[in-house]
Design a protein around this ligand. Sequence first.
Ligand code: C5P
Length: 229
Amino acid sequence: PDAAVVVVAAGSGTRLGRAEPKAFVSVMGRPLLAYALDAVFGMDRPVQVVVVAPPGFLAEARAIGEDVAGSASGHLRVVVGGATRQSSVAAGLAALDPAIEVVLVHDAARALAPSGLHDAVVAAVRESGVGAVPGLAVVDTIKRVNAAGGILGTVDRSELSAVQTPQGFPRDLLEAAYAASSKEFTDDAALVASAGGTVRIVPGDPLAFKVTTSWDLRRAEQLLAPEAR
Ligand code: C5P
């Protein structure tokens, strides 16, 4: 393959209120990481897959990955993550094969993101030669507020996009941005932009929502329940 997906699964998921790290929480009998990998191994063309796992979960992540990958497990690597999402992504990038030219970074917590979204992001990066990230229009009216609950203003939502993962980049652009960055960003698009790289929005998918709270976990359960399909 000349494309790779780095699946970051090394977060603790404290907001979910479970003992196990978020990517290892089971929904309908399977861990979130397994669903995230279903989509990656279901892409149109084979990709290298790097799973970034929490310390102590390497063997479990490998077992989950091999189970999903089947005969494609030669394309799977599992590495240990860091204390922040950004350091976990950096650990994943260090495990890329030399032939890789396009890299997607995906949150395992966005477990229901479909294969087609991954394919579309790869295609957008290949066509444009710059970064591509999925985004959805913001439907709520967004207020800028202060700590006391005072409203300072209303943000023009036509200028806003709620961005998701997988976020895709030419490999050299992403690696150069990681090499140059000394501060923490909340996503890879912001890190690449801070290094002067161009990143464009492609259409997102509601299924790529991030499982963060127990409410999100219920939503995932409902979407995966046999009667919902
Ligand atoms: O915490 P949050 O849901 O924003 O994390 C987004 C993704 O980044 C999750 O899939 C999580 O496992 C991953 N992450 C990581 N290493 C960290 C923190 C988060 O791989 N140190």
